[in-house]
Design a protein around this ligand. Structure first.
Ligand code: HC1
Length: 594
């Protein structure tokens, strides 16, 4: 529905809904800070988007369009009203200014270190930059359903409001709360009061030393968002090869691996683990040794570290369901230090293993003791997409301007050879789709029964997705699976994950058959492409654009199934020998406990 109104003296027709978004659609840009398109109840706090409607000042983010409105968005009166509104909080005024949202979002935190809790250096608070927009609290509680943080205040005076701090409820340090380090609070923070602990110093120091091999791996979701840091619109440009070329300009002795390669490897290990769990559930076979995998169904993915922490803190009873596979980042890190380095006669201690990830929780994952061999961590430093962009900017490298056809732009071999199945890990449903492409074909000898390999039921931004695939005419080796209808579910964002966990827990509690065989959970809404370390701003519309890029790139790749990746086949021939075998068990699998 559209409404005839007047905007700055001009007669126009405005779409219904929020005045802020309707004006945006008309091309009228207003500054806003405390409003976010994905967060219900956001807005109305900072008044940066104030306009005058029918002679009265209104925040555009809480006002709805109606017929006949007379709207003034840019007169001197509006400007002075906005300034007065923003002056209420002196901290707010000193750290922000009127301008476009993009300008406000570009404000960089000061060099002064914020409050860092000694046991978590992953989410850092710098309270003096906080403008009390409350988006972080709403994101944590309303969207993620975690509620680790809240606003602490003692009273309602201006001075008391200015002293309000976002922290764990009752002042509890973050590590002792339900916080899972997802970084979604950082992603919606408009002023830089919340940010990730930086690993840039570690990486810069390593880059200055040409004698040390630096191995950089890039997560699937980084390539489809990085261009946004360099002025491109969401979905405009994927930088798969350009980000590789850029990495080689940062120093000498730099090797570039693709996390998509180890995502393919994860699929081989995880699909075999799943089939083994199903086999045991059908045959009633019990555990047979200390190295054994769990037998609980459904098997639940383990590659998203915020999700793993969420299970550990909230659903301890479901830990046996979590796949024993390490995440693709850790598989790549383990192979880097314990296979690639040794094969090249390099001491694993000398290699600097760097991961560029869309994720803040990956920093925490890298520090977990499970992910090391003889005390040598698989990954030494994790940079978010934002940090990688910052690193490039300080080297004066703009990846959008690099030549994707140059030799520099090629990943190292063999760990740079990857399939589209590995790439789609970056979108919600991608791990499931990749696993189905492989598991179905391995068991039946035929491609998964979806047009052009696109498993549509697990794609898209619906919070919980479910699908079923019947296994028929299976090959002799897998006879026990004949006729089994494999049920799968996908959740992204922790509120949705909680719903699935409760469904599974309820079935367990009542002794009912598990509702699914395989479940994918990604901590961040939209999957990794919506990770807490991605460019700001991030919204559902922006995530959809990033997802389109991922699926387009997958569709265009000659290799789209993990089990057809020749580099993976070679790795099994030369080193791992068999999925879930001894070498895999040593390097690629783990278990979790709270
Ligand atoms: Fe992810 Fe994963 S998909 S967890 O979202 O399994 O971070 O992109 O790298 O490890 O591959 C993140 C993305 C990423 C891992 C893979």
């Amino acid at each position: 529905k559209v409404f005839p109104v007047r905007v700055n003296g001009e007669a126009v027709r405005l779409g219904g809904g929020l005045l802020l978004t309707s004006l945006q659609a008309l091309g009228v840009r207003l500054p806003f800070i405390c409003w976010h398109p994905d967060i219900i109840d956001s807005g109305g706090r900072c008044r940066a988007c104030s306009v005058v409607v029918d002679g009265k000042m209104k925040p555009a983010c809480t006002t709805y369009v109606r017929e006949g409105m007379i709207i003034d968005t840019k007169s001197e009166l509006v400007r002075s009203l906005r300034e007065a509104a923003m002056a209420v909080d002196p901290k707010f005024k000193s750290e922000t200014r009127l301008g476009s949202a993009a300008e406000i979002l570009a404000l960089r935190p000061s060099s002064k270190e914020g409050t860092v809790h000694p046991r978590t250096r992953y989410v850092i608070r710098q309270p003096e930059l906080c403008n009390h927009c409350n988006l972080c609290v709403q994101m944590c509680r309303g969207v993620q359903g975690v509620a680790a943080i809240g606003e602490l205040r003692d009273g309602g005076t201006d001075a008391e409001l200015s002293a309000t701090e976002v922290k764990g409820f009752h002042g509890t340090p973050l590590p002792q709360t339900e916080c899972v380090n997802c970084g979604q609070c950082i992603n919606v923070c408009p002023t830089g009061a919340l940010r990730e602990a930086s690993a840039l110093d570690v990486v810069r120091e390593a880059m200055r030393d040409p004698t040390r091999p630096k191995v950089i791996q890039f997560a699937p979701a980084v390539r489809v968002a990085l261009a946004e840091e360099f002025g491109k619109a969401p979905g405009e440009q994927s930088l798969t090869r350009e980000m590789v070329a850029a990495a080689r300009l940062l120093g000498d002795n730099v090797h570039v691996f693709d996390t998509n390669f180890s995502a393919d490897l994860t699929i081989i290990e995880e699909a075999n683990e799943l089939l083994e769990r199903i086999r045991r559930s059908l045959t009633g076979e019990k555990r047979y040794g200390p190295d054994d995998i769990h037998e609980a169904l459904p098997q639940i993915t383990s590659c998203s570290p915020g999700w793993v922490t969420f299970v550990e803190k909230n659903f301890h009873d479901l830990l046996p369901n979590v796949s024993s596979c390490k995440s693709p980042m850790q598989m790549a890190g383990a192979l880097t230090k314990q296979y690639w380095a040794r094969k090249h006669g390099v001491d694993p201690n000398d290699v600097v293993s760097i991961a560029v990830m869309p994720c803040v929780a990956k920093k925490y994952e890298a520090d977990r003791p499970e992910f090391s061999t003889d005390g040598i961590p698989h990954v030494d430093a994790v940079l978010t997409t934002r940090e990688y962009a910052e690193l490039l900017r300080t080297h004066d490298v703009d990846p959008t301007a690099l030549d994707p056809t140059s030799k520099l732009a090629e990943f190292d071999r063999p760990f740079g050879i990857a399939s589209g199945a590995g790439l789609i890990f970056g979108a919600t449903g991608g791990v499931m789709e990749a696993a189905l492409r492989t598991a179905y074909e391995v068991v039946t000898g035929r491609p998964v029964p979806f047009a052009k390999l696109d498993v549509q039921p697990v794609r898209g931004m619906q919070g919980v997705k479910a699908a079923a695939v019947k296994l028929e005419n299976v090959s002799r080796e897998w006879k026990f699976l004949e006729g089994v209808e494999v049920k799968v579910a996908v959740a992204h964002g922790l509120s949705n994950a909680r719903k699935l966990c409760e469904e599974i827990r309820l079935a367990n509690h009542h002794g009912l058959p598990p509702p699914y065989h395989f479940v994918e959970v990604m901590c961040c809404p939209g999957g990794c492409l919506g990770g807490g370390g991605q460019p700001k701003p991030t919204s559902m519309d922006i995530k959809k654009e990033r997802a389109k890029l991922i699926y387009k790139e997958d569709r265009d790749l000659p290799l789209r199934k993990s089990h057809e990746n020749p580099a993976i086949k070679e790795l099994y021939r030369d080193f791992l020998h068999e999925p879930m075998g001894h070498a895999s068990h040593e390097l690629l699998h783990t278990t979790y406990s709270a």
